[in-house]
Design a protein around this ligand. Structure first.
Ligand code: PLP
Length: 375
């Protein structure tokens, strides 16, 4: 029986042929492994690719979120105890840095159709809860959460916007106000990106970055990531060691030119899935002509999810669940994150991610026909 893997990082990296090995050797031979030329070049290439003034490499995506919020506190834009909106159905790494910094996450139940919390939905929440100071929209699965009306309402109320762009590098959204396509990562005060190996653009280990057009914020983040100072042995903040390694920067420089190509390749596979899955028991993910979805995950929904997963497994198709247990139901947040989130609960029981990272359109058509035979 043919096997359909969920993802093969070896295949992903084989696509780049000798280029990754050459880049790794260049760094090994240079004798310089941290805060050097590769990282500086990567940061300016990333900023340019997304259309931001600044990028700061970090150890991973979680650290990119942590450093951004800590810098906002150090710069006086937020204070410990402030309330930050965050979707109830996100990955736990969106929320850990908030609670660890003494900020108060206020969870927002997602929209059942998009599985996402839009900027407008966040703006509604700000109107109901004027104590909110910041919002952390998550472009979950690669779908931009931005909408112009919501963005303007958040801005009018002075809300700090930090995008969790961990899953959405390459995604774009059409902005009716300017008539332009805007990249996720430019839709707030700053954005955190993850280059975890399985992401659309992945390092060969942990890596991340913050992008922003706020020079002061970028500088504070850079200092915080380097123990708290920019001059060796002189520290303005009680910082962290959370830098991007030279070798990972070199790997990422090989991959950066493929941001749009990777998105479009996945979109082709997603189109085949959405055009071929006709089983009424299976709900398809939301898409719209006004977004260029990055399709980090292709997530279907079905009431008896575990049974569909077992059916696919029995037919050689590997799937995954993003995410089976929402953050507020995790043991670490017992008594901390409160409230009822019926949509997030239902999604946790119903979502199933189909293979997309290394799946060709013709394999997607075969997987769709396996799904169509499920009853
Ligand atoms: C939505 C979201 N936020 C944050 C992160 C954290 O990124 P990292 O794994 O690089 O720490 C991830 C990725 O794993 C993620 O999917």
């Amino acid at each position: 029986m043919k096997q359909y893997k969920f993802q093969s990082l070896a295949d992903t990296n084989a696509f780049f042929g000798e280029k990754l090995k050459e880049a790794a050797c260049r760094v090994i031979d240079s004798g310089w492994y941290l805060t050097g030329r590769e990282t500086a070049a990567f940061e300016s290439e990333l900023a340019e690719a997304l259309g931001c003034a600044h990028a700061v490499g970090t150890a991973n995506g979680l650290e990119a979120i942590r450093l951004t919020f800590r810098a906002l506190i150090e710069n006086g834009r937020l204070a410990p105890g402030d309330t930050v909106l965050v979707p109830a159905n996100t990955f736990i790494a969106s929320i850990l840095p908030l609670t660890q910094l003494g900020l108060r996450p206020r969870l927002v139940d997602p929209d059942p159709e998009t599985m996402s919390v839009s900027y407008s939905r966040m703006a509604d929440e700000v109107e109901k809860h004027p104590e909110v100071k910041a919002a952390l929209p998550v472009h979950l699965y690669g779908l931009p959460a931005f909408d112009r009306e919501g963005f303007d309402r958040l801005r009018d109320r002075g809300i700090v916007i930090v995008e969790d762009n961990a899953q959405a590098i390459g995604a774009e959204t059409f902005d009716p106000a300017s008539g332009k396509w805007l990249s996720t990562g430019t839709l707030g005060d700053a954005a955190a990106i993850s280059f975890y190996p399985a992401k659309n653009i992945g390092a060969l280990g942990d890596s991340g970055a913050v992008v922003t057009s706020d020079a002061r914020l970028a500088e504070t983040i850079r200092q915080l990531s380097n123990y708290g100072g920019s001059v060796k042995y002189h520290y303005d903040y009680q910082g962290y060691n959370s830098r991007l390694d030279e070798i990972q920067a070199a790997m990422l420089r090989v991959k950066l030119p493929y941001i749009a190509a990777e998105r479009d390749r996945r979109a082709e596979t997603a189109r085949v899935y959405s055009g071929s899955i006709t089983n009424p028991l299976v709900g398809l993910p939301y898409d719209s002509p006004s977004v260029r979805h990055a399709w980090h995950q292709y997530v279907v929904r079905t009431p008896e999810r575990d049974r569909l997963q077992a059916w696919l497994e029995a037919n050689g198709v590997q799937t995954m669940i993003h995410y089976p247990v929402p953050p507020y139901r995790q043991r670490c947040y017992r008594g901390v994150l409160e409230g009822d989130f019926p949509v997030a609960d239902r999604l946790a029981a119903e979502v199933l991610s189909l293979p997309i990272a290394n799946t060709s359109p013709s394999d997607a058509a075969e997987i769709a026909s396996i799904i169509n035979r499920y009853s």
